[in-house]
Design a binder for this molecule. Structure first.
Ligand SMILES: Nc1ncnc2c1ncn2[C@@H]1O[C@H](COP(=O)(O)OP(=O)(O)OP(=O)(O)O)[C@@H](O)[C@H]1O
Ligand SMILES: [Mg+2]
Length: 512
């Protein structure tokens, strides 16, 4: 009997002739958690799709051994039956089905007569919600009633319900709050004790360090190395991932900051479903030319609602005034905002950022169609040139600009979404969680790009839930908590503790 629960040997997977995986090996023992690390586009998700038979046997080369025997699974159902369960990077829930129905989709509990046993399923779903410390979820309601973080945990509940022997988590924490992340990491530790193995993919190396026993790094579809976690520092993992040393994660550069260019006054947003409730309560702030304004706060604090209202796309009722270069703006749609010089890169890439089946290139020029048309006639040469420049300058990894954007790795999709909003040359660029799901190397590139932009006089509002990033990049930091502005700090000597205590409502607002 092999010492491994799972062995993948020499896995090769190509997409239209281009090798995404070029001979990868991976071993996992029972009860072991392996952290799979690598840059955007390295092949992490593809490798896990091979393992879970999203790409069935025959679609790739190499060998998979499961408990010592060769596994030739043709479908996800088959791998699930053997005990391999995957939680995908992008949410896979069916929005209009209830929480219970989603958890039991394709796996329903039936009575002897073959009738759905809703009683039993609701009961089990409620137990799972308790296990995941979400007692308030009503399992009979559609999942679309719940936000991204909750949905992610529901997805995890669905996987837990399948009695996995090997659980694959592909960036499971990207839309979770700190508390939710802690709950998930604890669950992984519990599962390990029960002998369940895990493969965890995450760009947040502190999470990897917290639960993984072994680190396996891949780069450009090739296996770079596998080492016990205890032997590696986070810096060493980064070096293995990017193939060079990154000394300073935050390339903060000094740059001139001008006069106030943008102002939001008395912004208030009402909840979509409950118009009595304020999601944003009377927030006012200013932004200077060439300034990077970080917006910190806990997930759900109202930050996204605030910037969506500024951009003219908040779904509920909202009030407030917006001034650009001293002039009042009446923005009621994203088109008007872009036209006025305000661009927003949204948080939820899958819902608001991309047209999945459209080519990478055309996704990038989507907001700027008029620029490439003359009296309604498109100029394809100019358009292609602009696209290629963006792809090069942002190092977007794609076989061709004509590949449907769906085929790009998560992080590269994110870069394309940022690229789209840079083309209109905005005065004010709003970035909502711009580096979510983006690897360390690409994060560095996005920061560099932000500094290039502010040096050219662009002003940036950056929402981020990662405090080191907020403190590493911003000139000034706003802290928002439960819809209220709790702090406005010049970022000089500012600490994580100061920001956190403002976010949980302890510090008073300091005039900046
Ligand atoms: N369906 C597809 N069609 C064409 N190319 C694809 C497809 N899926 C993945 N690729 C390519 O395979 C490579 C590996 O992608 P993969 O999604 O595995 O990366 P990843 O390591 O998970 O990155 P990320 O951290 O950004 O999620 C990328 O270059 C990607 O463009
Ligand atoms: Mg991926």
């Amino acid at each position: 009997m092999s010492e491994y629960l799972l062995e993948m040997r020499g896995i090769v997977k190509a997409f239209s002739g281009v090798k995404a995986l070029d001979g990868i090996d991976l071993q996992v023992r029972a009860g072991e958690c392996v952290g799979l690390c690598g840059e955007n586009g390295a092949g992490k998700s593809t490798l896990m799709k091979v393992l879970s038979a999203v790409y069935p046997y025959g679609d790739w080369e190499g060998q998979i051994l499961w408990q010592g025997k060769e596994l030739k699974a043709k479908s996800i159902r088959e791998t699930e039956e053997t005990g391999i369960v995957i939680i995908h990077q992008e949410l896979m829930l069916v929005p209009h089905l209830s929480v219970t129905e989603n958890i039991f989709l394709g796996n329903e509990i039936t009575t002897l007569g073959g009738i759905m046993n809703y009683e039993a399923m609701h009961q089990r779903a409620r137990e799972l919600m308790l296990e995941l410390k979400m007692p308030d979820i009503n399992v009979a309601l559609p999942v679309s009633n719940y936000g991204g973080g909750h949905q992610q945990l529901i997805e995890i509940a669905k996987a837990l319900n399948k009695k996995a022997k090997l659980l694959i988590l592909d960036e499971p924490t990207s839309s979770l709050t700190r508390t939710e992340i802690r709950i998930l990491l604890d669950i992984i530790l519990e599962l390990k004790k029960k002998g369940v193995a895990c493969v965890m993919i995450s760009h947040k190396l502190d999470e990897i360090a917290a639960v993984c026993d072994t680190i396996s790094v891949i780069r450009d579809g090739m296996h770079i190395g596998t080492r016990p976690m205890g032997e590696l520092s986070v810096d060493q993992i980064i070096t293995m991932m990017v193939g060079r040393e990154i000394k300073n994660l935050f390339p903060r550069e000094t740059h001139p900051i001008g006069d106030v260019i943008f102002e939001a006054r008395n912004m208030t947003c009402y909840d979509v479903d409950n118009p009595q409730r304020k999601r944003v309560d009377d927030i006012s702030f200013e932004l200077r030319k060439g300034e990077i304004l970080g917006v910190a706060g806990l997930v759900g604090a109202g930050r996204t609602e605030l910037v969506m209202a500024i951009f003219g796309c908040y779904a509920g009722r909202y009030e407030g005034e917006v001034y650009l270069e001293g002039k009042p703006m009446h923005i009621r749609s994203p088109q008007q905002a872009v036209h006025a010089g305000i661009c927003l890169v949204p948080e939820d890439r899958k819902r608001h950022g991309i047209v999945p089946l459209m080519a990478v290139g055309y996704n990038i020029t989507l907001s700027e169609m008029e620029m490439y048309s003359h009296w309604g006639v498109l100029n394809p040469v100019a358009e292609m040139k602009a696209i290629q420049q963006m792809i090069d300058s942002m190092h977007i990894k794609t076989a061709t600009p004509l590949l449907p954007i769906k085929g790009l790795s998560g992080g590269n999709q994110q870069k394309a979404v940022v690229a789209k909003m840079l083309l209109p040359k905005p005065l004010v660029l709003i970035l909502d969680e711009p580096t979510r799901g983006v690897d360390v190397g690409a994060k560095y590139e996005i920061y560099k790009l932000m500094f290039d932009l502010v040096k050219q006089g662009v002003s940036i509002i950056m929402i981020s839930s990662e405090l080191p990033e907020v403190l590493g990049i911003s000139d000034r930091v706003l802290v928002i908590s439960e819809g209220h502005l709790r702090g406005n700090f010049i970022n000089e000597g500012l600490t994580q503790e100061q920001v956190m205590s403002a976010a949980i409502g302890q510090a008073e607002v300091l005039a900046a």
